[in-house]
Design a protein around this ligand. Structure first.
Ligand code: AOF
Ligand code: ZN
Length: 368
């Protein structure tokens, strides 16, 4: 049973986990708090840590190392709050379950089981076999939210899908024949660049690539006023660009083919394996692949791409929505009216948040 005190320490561990945001992907953000309780006194924190950078020490190691020498003898009576099941595998670092066993801690409490098949359940099994008391599921929903991409990737065996578009107040996403029109304002535009910096890949359909000629890179983030409060800029890490062009109809003079960052083209033209262009790869979607969307997502899963931002157009967005293959919908609504044009997709899912971004309204829906 969880008590208020357990929840308080786990909230602290979750807060520590998020200090790794932007630095640890594709690994999970993990936080860890070690407490000791002696007799009548309130439990106190004797160690804290989080996973700070991809490939570096896991949260549990940093927390154990932070315990002061004069407190180390307390570890056999300590409770370890860790947001994710301690790992059991030799990866870039030795198993954290072994470290907790060596230090003979008394109790381990977690938010979530690790969905990574390298660990999943084996970390808990090791701890229990060593006589350590293990509880899991404390603040489980918060834990899953912190690592939504990581959980979706391992559990659904596909990337986490974020759909994004901007529509006019009368529901259009583009002008007649898909003509590009300016819909959302400057601040919304900047926010999209921030989102681009947060995902490893961005996808568009062939029509959008042809009509809008997007660069799909990160230019407007961080803003002109210097680095963001969330840590160093990642704008140097431009996302992989993905375009679905079944007939390989796109002209190579488009920005997508400028070689400045990797572009993957999914197509259905047999015997076309190489683009001949630097930094542009071709990927064939076989006729018997069922829906090309599920084939593409499966291929991205194999390539370990944990999330994708889908930037349009309507047809591609709608096919994700109709297949139920999406996790978040981020919709800007401007005050502009078009009167005619290409209709925006229908929103679905559960309202998650609504806020004003400059002159536009941003609504986020989740596929609950
Ligand atoms: C982390 N940080 O604090 C915890 C992780 O590639 P490795 O060796 O760093 O192992 C990554 C896996 O370890 C990760 O997918 C997850 O299953 C597990 N736990 N990973 O990066 C941490 N606790
Ligand atoms: Zn570990």
């Amino acid at each position: 049973m969880s008590t208020g005190i357990d929840e308080r320490f786990m909230l602290r561990a979750l807060e520590l986990a998020t200090l790794g945001r932007g630095q640890v992907s594709p690994n999970p953000m993990v936080g860890c708090v070690i407490t000791h309780e002696s007799g009548a006194t309130e439990p106190r924190i004797i160690g804290e840590g989080w996973h700070q950078r991809y490939g570096d020490w896991h949260a549990e190691v940093n927390a154990v190392r932070s315990v002061r020498p004069e407190d180390r003898h307390l570890l056999p009576e300590a409770t370890v709050y860790v947001t994710l099941e301690p790992c059991s595998h030799w990866g870039k670092t030795p198993p954290c379950a072994d470290l907790l066993i060596e230090n003979r801690v008394k109790r381990v409490i977690c938010c979530n089981d690790d969905p990574n098949p390298l660990v999943s359940g084996q970390g808990f099994a090791k701890l229990r076999a060593a006589g350590i008391s293990v509880e899991t599921g404390l603040l489980a929903e918060q834990g899953r939210q912190v690592n939504a991409r990581f959980f979706t990737f391992f559990e659904r065996k596909r990337p986490y899908i974020v759909l994004k578009w901007a529509e006019t107040s009368d529901g259009f996403i583009a002008g007649e024949q898909g003509r590009q029109v300016s819909i959302s304002g400057e601040l919304a535009h900047r926010l999209v660049h921030r989102w681009r910096s947060e995902e490893p890949a961005i996808m568009v359909g062939a029509n959008t690539a042809r009509l809008d000629n997007p660069r799909l890179n990160v230019r407007l983030w961080p803003g002109l006023d210097g680095p963001s409060l969330d840590g160093p800029s990642k704008s140097s890490q431009n996302p992989t660009r993905i375009v679905l062009d079944s007939q390989l109809s796109l002209d190579h003079s488009l920005h997508l083919f400028d070689g400045s960052q990797l572009t993957m083209v999914y197509h259905r033209v047999e015997d076309k394996n190489e683009s001949g262009l630097p930094n542009v790869t071709y990927s064939f979607v076989p006729e018997n692949a069922g829906s090309s969307l599920s084939h593409v997502l499966d291929d991205l899963y194999q390539r370990k791409i944990q999330s994708v931002l889908v930037e349009g157009g309507t047809r591609l967005l709608t096919s994700f929505i109709e297949a139920g293959l999406w996790d978040e919908m981020r919709v800007f609504r401007s005050q502009a009216m078009l009167g005619t044009g290409i209709a925006a997709p229908q929103v679905r899912g559960k309202l998650s948040s609504r806020e004003t971004i400059g002159k536009d309204e941003l609504t986020i829906y989740v596929n609950a």
